[in-house]
Design a protein around this ligand. Structure first.
Ligand code: SF4
Length: 73
């Protein structure tokens, strides 16, 4: 799943961890993360391009679990 400018990659393990999912929902200032039915992480596609590259989500997750990918130069 990707926006026009930004893609957010979350490992399967991280997306299934309720504590981490709650943390990601809390830290992102532009609501890119949400909780899906069943408690898994859901990415809010229409908000992806609002990402400010603040890296709060990257810092909240174990190393490598969340990646912000710029789709532009
Ligand atoms: S880098 Fe910041 S704005 Fe972008 S998804 Fe992570 S927490 Fe949200």
């Amino acid at each position: 799943m990707a926006g026009l400018f930004i893609d957010v990659e979350v490992s399967n393990e991280a997306a299934a961890d309720p504590a981490l999912v709650a943390k990601l929902v809390e830290v992102c200032p532009v609501d890119i993360f949400a909780v899906a039915d069943g408690g898994r992480l859901e990415l809010v596609e229409e908000n992806l391009d609002e990402c400010t590259l603040c890296d709060l989500c990257v810092g909240a997750a174990p190393e490598g679990a969340v990646k912000i990918v710029r789709l532009y130069e």
